[in-house]
Ligand binder design. Structure first.
Ligand code: KG4
Ligand code: ZN
Length: 350
């Protein structure tokens, strides 16, 4: 039995969790700074770092308490190393190094997107384990900072198919929400407004980028902006619900079409959708209804940033023989495919 104490602070969530054997969540604590940043309409980096500094000790103490474990009883420490906001990452990484140094436990610096992927293998203690995704697996990561389409041939093996050429899907949600006066974070606000709207009210563009697995959302964002300006100039009240519903439908259409085309093209045995935007109800329902293979989407609480997913990814790395020295730096920009593959440490294939 391996228990990993995991920390996450790549953006505006201070989180800690204890994960057993990479799959069972013994505790899971997330202190969100969303309210703090709402006044700025987005994440204010320095405010985020300083809030992590205040929150980490109580968040970690709570995670240990919920798991009914003392620090000395965990087997390893894991922390998000990147990508993310440099100052925010520094707070978590430095804190994790302190814990590793004090306890003598191994430390693992985890890639944030690998963590989002391994969220799909988690289940809460007291609940049934979820079915494990089969390989080859098409992975769609849709978050505030990333939109990536990946083919996983096995554990820790990633082949990039495509990604966004401009805005990330979550970023588009956040920008359009601001445009419509819906506040931050934009995804949940758009989803809520859209529930009362007509998704066919406005025919917003879908960038299909034929012949490529890439995405583009800036044209859609500009189209919404143009429509808002046009309505404002005409002195008309903004049909916020219709605009939100039409925008959401356009984003979801493209994400569903591309992901399902990849499943078919690569003859994948399953589809995994993860990252903050995978909390979106329309996206979840459509993927499940339309995919010809099993669809794995983490439970809502594990779609957005959390530390349990960091523990889940760390366990896979630990099993493959990876451990980090205590002098590693944060990686504010870091591509998933730059990660060493399991054979790099001469371990058997996981
Ligand atoms: O994964 P995440 O928590 O942080 C990053 O790593 O970026 O993703 C946050 C993003 C935000 O852009 C937020 O607006 C979006 O996920 N999001 C949603 C929903 N909930 C969160 N987007 C659409 N629908 C939602 N229900
Ligand atoms: Zn994230």
């Amino acid at each position: 039995m391996v228990r990993i104490l995991a920390l996450e602070s790549s953006c505006d969530e201070t989180a800690a969790a204890v994960v057993e054997d990479g799959r069972r969540i013994l505790s899971h604590v997330v202190a969100s700074q969303a309210e703090l940043h709402a006044q700025f309409g987005g994440v204010f980096p320095e405010v985020a770092s300083r809030q992590h500094l205040r929150a980490f000790v109580p968040v970690v103490e709570q995670a240990l308490k919920q798991a009914a474990l003392r620090l000395a009883e965990v087997d390893a420490i894991a922390v998000t190393r990147g990508p993310g906001l440099p100052g925010s990452l520094l707070v978590g990484v430095n804190f994790a190094k302190g814990l590793a140094l004090a306890t003598g436990k191994p430390l693992l610096g985890v890639h944030h997107l690998e963590a989002h992927i391994y969220a799909a293998w988690l289940h809460f203690a007291g609940e049934q384990p979820r079915p494990e995704p089969a390989f080859p697996l098409v992975v769609l990561i849709v978050s505030g900072g990333h939109t990536e389409l990946i083919l996983m041939e096995g554990h820790l093996r990633y082949r990039r198919l495509g990604g966004t050429r401009d805005d990330a899907a979550g970023e588009a949600f956040d920008k359009v929400a601001r445009l419509l006066g819906l506040g931050y974070p934009g995804g949940p606000a758009i989803q809520q407004a859209a529930a009362q709207g007509n998704p066919k009210a406005f025919a917003f563009p879908r960038a299909r980028l034929a012949g490529s697995w890439d995405f583009s959302f800036s044209g859609l964002k500009t189209a919404v902006l143009r429509e808002v300006r046009r309505l404002e100039q005409a002195g008309r009240p903004l049909p916020v619900a219709d605009l939100a519903a039409s925008f959401q439908a356009a984003v979801v259409d493209v994400l569903v079409e591309k992901a399902l085309a990849a499943v078919q093209h690569f003859d994948a045995r399953a589809l995994l959708v993860t990252g903050g935007v995978s909390a979106n109800t329309l996206l979840r329902t459509r993927m499940v209804q339309e995919a010809p293979v099993p669809v794995h989407i983490p439970p809502l609480a594990l779609c957005t940033d959390n530390a349990a997913m960091v523990g889940a990814a760390a366990q896979r790395r630990l099993e493959a023989g990876f451990v980090d020295a205590l002098d590693f730096d944060v990686m504010p920009t870091w591509a998933l495919w730059e990660l060493p593959r399991p054979e790099a440490v001469g371990s058997p294939n996981p």
